[in-house]
Write a protein of this length. Sequence first.
Length: 241
Amino acid sequence: MISIKNVSKSYNQKNKIINNLNLEIKNGEIFGFLGPNGAGKTTTIKMITGILEIDQGEILINKINIEKNPIEAKKQFGFVPDNPDMFLKLKGIEYLNFMADVYEVSSEDRKKRIEELATLFEIKNELNNKIQSYSHGMRQKIIIIGSLLHKPNNWIIDEPMTGLDPKATYELKNIMRQLANQNKTVFFSTHILDVAEKLCDRIGIINKGKLIFVGTLEEMRKELKENNSLEELYMEITKND
Ligand SMILES: Nc1ncnc2c1ncn2[C@@H]1O[C@H](COP(=O)(O)OP(=O)(O)OP(=O)(O)O)[C@@H](O)[C@H]1O
Ligand SMILES: [Mg+2]
């Protein structure tokens, strides 16, 4: 469970990039975070994950405050950032073992998980090569695997499908659903509305730092009194904002 309470953030004194955001992502749901470029999705995700300071308000992950108790809060989630270009000097397997060390995954468990996930994402033969030599999608895959090794209670993923091939996208969506079925929380940002429409239990739309809609697709349809696709509803809802 992720609770965002009255959160505001600016990068400079002038404009609020996030303006009094309130959002609760429940256990057992896949929550899609949508909104135009620059709306504040990544900024929100960086505050949830403790990368950025929160100016006002607070964020709790499984009831643990990310700023007051960062280590304990960070144990509660796995995170895939929007940019997978990191730890480039490490070999894939070194990165995965590093992540498993950080999250205290036993050697037996990590061996099993790495084997399973690397096979699923078709990257097993690349694990002994440096991440530097990986394509964008391959880098994305190794970060995804690293974020899942400790079986997180909350999976926070920022535009996870960008650059993934169809098989990897399929597997990613399966994992999202499996985690939700295990009563865990999946929070992801995306611009792919077709995927969001099919996959999400609830959707939040943010524009210019303000949440302009939160609810199910059905609720969105009721609010707009239309029976349209998410794409059409999104266009309508963000039109005059
Ligand atoms: N480090 C920074 N310094 C100053 N302004 C920033 C910084 N990072 C982001 N911003 C600004 O904050 C706003 C929100 O950016 P953010 O990256 O959160 O958007 P986003 O919703 O993730 O967009 P996208 O869909 O393009 O990923 C934008 O106006 C952006 O210019
Ligand atoms: Mg972003």
